[in-house]
Design a protein around this ligand. Sequence first.
Ligand code: SF4
Length: 958
Amino acid sequence: MADPVLNLSPSPGDEVKTTTCYMCACRCGIKVWLQDGKIRYIQGNRDHPVNQGVLCAKGASGIMQHYSPARLRKPLLRVGERGAGEFREIEWDEALELATSWLKPIRERNPDELAFFTGRDQSQALTGWWAQQFGTVNYAAHGGFCSVNMAAGGLYSVGGSFWEFGEPDWDHTRLLMLWGVAEDHDSNPIKLGLGKLKQRGAKVIAVNPVRSGYGAIADEWIGIRPGTDGLFAFALAHELLRMDRIDLEFLVRYANAHWLVIDNPGFPDDGMFARDSDGNALCWDAEANTPVDANRIDISPAVVGNYTLADGRSARPVFQLIVDRYLDPQYSPDAVSERCGIPASTIRRIARELAEAAFDSQLTLPIAWTDSWGREHAEMVGRPVSMHAMRGISAHSNGFHTCRALHLLQLLLGAVDAPGSFRYQPPFPKPIPPANRPGKARKADGLLDAAPLGFVHGPEDLVVDEHGQPRRIDHAYSWAYPLAAHGMMHTVIRNAWAGDPYKIDTLMMFMANMSWNSAMNTGETMRWLTDKDEAGEYRIPRIIYSDAYASEMVAYADLVLPDTTYLERFDAISLLDRPISDADAASDAIRHPVFDPATQDGEDGQPRDVRGFQSVLIELGARIGLPGLLNEDGSAKYRDYADYITRHERAPGVGLLAGWRGEDGNSEGKGAPNPDQLQRYIEHGGFWHSPVPASARYFKMANRDYLQWAQRFGFVPTAEPIVLQLYSETLQKFRLAAQGHGPQQPPPEHRQRVATYFDPLPIWYEPFEHDQTSRTTFPLNAVTQRPMFMYHSWGSQNAWQRQIATRNYLYLHPDTGNAHGIADEDWIEVTSHNGTITVQAKFAANVQPDTVWSWNAIGKRKGAWKLAKDAPEATKGFLLNHLISDVTPKGDYANADPVTGQAAWFDLRVSIRKADTQADESAPQFEPLHFKQAGERPLRYGAALRESRSRRHKKETT
Ligand code: SF4
């Protein structure tokens, strides 16, 4: 019998606060238990829609993130040479005055001289708006080097995307294909979902050159060669077409399979949709034998054939073009097998399994619903095949089209938002492409006419000058990278250094380790950051940087604005930014301070004087005089970020948070600002959750109830159905421009490129680095994967996460090692066209033999992050980034996708050889940073807790 005195379930602390995790991009709900004002325990919040109580290793070690010795303490002003890490601490007033004195004249002179780029910023609804207020076109967050191919590929095809904005139907899918997914933004939901699939015996196939992360528990691993996913997808499409296992009804009802495409080579209408005088797309009615409005439902649309329009032009349905292209023998399993590294028999079998799961499983859900045309359906017919994809397929120079290829495959199977398939999460689907276009014109008050990031609908939306040359410092939305919907952070430092297309004055960055693991060509990037002109002035005149920790990038700033930890500030996880909805509900959330940072001393016992970057940005904006941040009398409009979250309206009734709006707090979605809104969130566990009506949960692109619900929330402008775009007229507009049609045409140097890569149907081509380097000289692919236990670069200085790994290796298949005379744990040289690194090899059989790989971002620079100078992260850890060039081997373009500008991290080709000297340190090494070190004092988190517990115990017993 249990001892009645013994408490078998003691409370983890004396106080608990519910907020949102920031240890990765998943944004789970957490409960932070405090004891005597210190964090005792972080627990998953069972009520939270994202994680339902699940907490991962990263989330739990948020404690050590908060107590990290690397936390910055006060604003810093550079005193030594840029890059050395020598600073003097200053007060906030001085820091803000200095920043204002730099930024205010820029806004008056030419706002584009400010380049404002943020990293894994979860407040882009604020930072993008702030840039618009400032009037600079030079703003972006880190999506351009993360997965914009995924976002753009999806949004220009199906009005939604994988990433964290769509999900497999975990409750009904019978076959899930994971493409290029290791650990992911949608971390805990995927783990929960995979658990459900395992319980139900559904099959999981992981397509990835490395079997790590979720792939480790997959039923089948396809060790594909990097950069060939699109080819594999086409071979699957080829087989489905050959077997006639296609959901034609779905394609005609929800997509543009039957729309007629004009066949008129050499003329400006070639490849455009045939339209009637009202602009409606036409299809061919096979019964009436005449062209009709393709959106009508009382017709018999033809999907194959060649037709003559009333004016004599000929036209073919989109589906005919698909058949012509993908049934071509070049995409047969036998033809692609060797390049992809997948046996043809496996490709054929997987195509059969996809078709069986989609069409033979007879999944129907007894949910009555009404489609956009008013037709009532008694049930929802499922296609229980789903896909999820991420950076592995998108971080290639052919990534945009590869993402489109996966959506093509899903559409052929009818597996988009059907029961059992990929599902949209509100606010998706959006009209294709989404309505918001990139801002580029400045209004009289200096404001940009729209937020700097948006979606290009045609050449007229490019941000170029009258000669067709880039107007943005990163060259996003130029003819070189027209659909760069997330900007191109990876090109900013080189271009700012080179003054291409112009010199900037100030580079302001937040949470972006651009001198280290977030940079390609790391060594050169450090040089560009510190290079001086003939007059002895830095080529990038001023750098302002905000970070919570002493990262490598801090050393390159002139002015450092110390951020809080994620437990010390307000944040809005906004539907205007990166929503956390699931397929069955719209959600948003907040972070709120678990502590006041003023009470949280640094590791040296000294008080910290740090401020949340978002609040600093608001104060800075008011000091500069940005219109949206001032009252009419010129006083500051908002006290801080919390005040902005509560009172700011993006449009009447629309603010950063959708819950508890209206003066009485009873509205959701739209409503007047509610002064108690944040308190209501706090009382409700930090999140808001509004279920999608039961009849609206599938076929959202053409479900009347869903679209009306979404319109009420402002997710879509009208309740019109969203037609999924197998064939993209937007892309064809660019191709026509490159062929010499229309008022906006690319400069001669880009014509061939635009004409080639703006194919309205998905294409596959060799990644640029594969094509432009010798396969004999560089026979191997090299990629990185994100470990399950670390996400941000800050994870590898977190004391608990460091207990799992303090350094990385280059992993290679034992056969690959043997073929190169390399033994397990030998030190080896790895060479690309951009340089050589020396690292330690480790054998691992979980990799496709002509690929080598490593964990991402564990390697640190000596002296950074306040780690000891001999920390393994610095002495043995390494980055592949040193090998990755920021430009193609030819040097003609950024090392990026030609459509979206996404950084092509995974195009890297290398050779390996055993190092002549078996040294015990990785290379290159750089001059240690001169940050004040944390000292020898070990972290004594447990001891401190024990002391506090015993103090409490004494107090209670006396
Ligand atoms: S999955 Fe990400 S957000 Fe969720 S607990 Fe883990 S680190 Fe935190």
